[in-house]
Design a protein around this ligand. Sequence first.
Ligand code: ADP
Length: 398
Amino acid sequence: MNILVINAGSSSLKYQLFDMDTETVLAKGLCERIGLDGHLKHTPLVGDKVVYNEDIELKDHSVAIAAVIDKLVSAEYGVVSSMSEIDAVGHRVVHGGEMFNESTLITAEVMKAIEDCIPLAPLHNPANITGIKACQEVMGEDVPQIAVFDTAFHQTMPEKAYMYAIPYSYYKNDKIRRYGFHGTSHRYVAAKAAELMGKPAEDIKIVTCHMGNGSSICAVDGGKSVDTSMGFTPLAGLPMGTRCGDIDAGIMEYIMNKYDVNIKDMMNILNKKSGMVGVSELSSDFRDLGDAKDNDQAQLALDMFCYSVAKTVGSYVVAMGGVDAIIFTAGVGENSRSVRAAVCKYLKAIGAVMDEDKNNACRGEADIATDDSAVRLWVIPTNEELVIARDAKVIVSK
Ligand code: ADP
């Protein structure tokens, strides 16, 4: 069974085609500048086909999907012989609100529910919907389309974890609550950790640290998310590449009044000009900050990030009444030895002891805790696309 995984943004579209009998990626690629001039990079990963990397007119998402399919089936760049060899499409959908606690086959009713979640994710859900509609248009209504939500995994959080202490009516009428994001990634690495540790997921307590441009932490008790650091929007929790994370809401009023800033510009400051780039005044990229050894502000930004990660992990250990393993994943978690080491320095307090040699030698999946550490420390590369493909396979096989 071949499954196409689509992650549609407002002007971009990432894809991977999986052979789900072997769980291998046949081809992957990226459409950029959709609606502007357009560019497609398509990389076949099997056989002797060649990479396509060209500017190409992509006036909308339907044209982009058609171009992707064209490459997937072409003699020169293709990995399947016709569109009929694509059995289903799995879509990343950012917000499923309280409606979706698992992945689902997209029907007219489901489409309406995803549309109803637009106010909760005004930048992301419309793009995801455009991607779904484009696939339906190009591939026809008979190819099953599956939605996999970033928020779904966190729907198991208890009320005390997802409610905000603001007037209750805002929850009742407007669904303002913590939703959490990166759910597909947290779910994947938590399940993988249980598998690597040879324990049933139901029996263990895990804290997963997804640390990339956007970062979030999740407490996974018995395979279920019980708390997470992102909130009503992905702005909450840790300081990130360009996002502020948790701040005192009063700061907004102060800045807006003092500098005559309107709410739109204020949100832009908090989403795009804060976090690592805001504090360092250098870069949002963790590699740049790590390289800038003599730059105090760059080192301060990194210190703030690592401190915040450690503090959040600690709070989740208390929330769950213990922890068996802590997982590092995503761009920074998988690649930055120095960030892992700095976070783990704090984690000694909860009995998690990192082995420096294992941390330095780590490539791919690895347990970097000392043999006698009371808590395991795992580095596990995330794979959200594979989860989407697996969910799609399960749903279409039913
Ligand atoms: P996104 O949230 O965009 O998916 P990623 O998970 O790809 O982000 O993570 C991107 C971040 O990972 C960047 O800040 C980048 O600097 C960081 N990163 C990637 N490789 C390394 C590395 N070797 N050392 C430190 N940071 C790294």
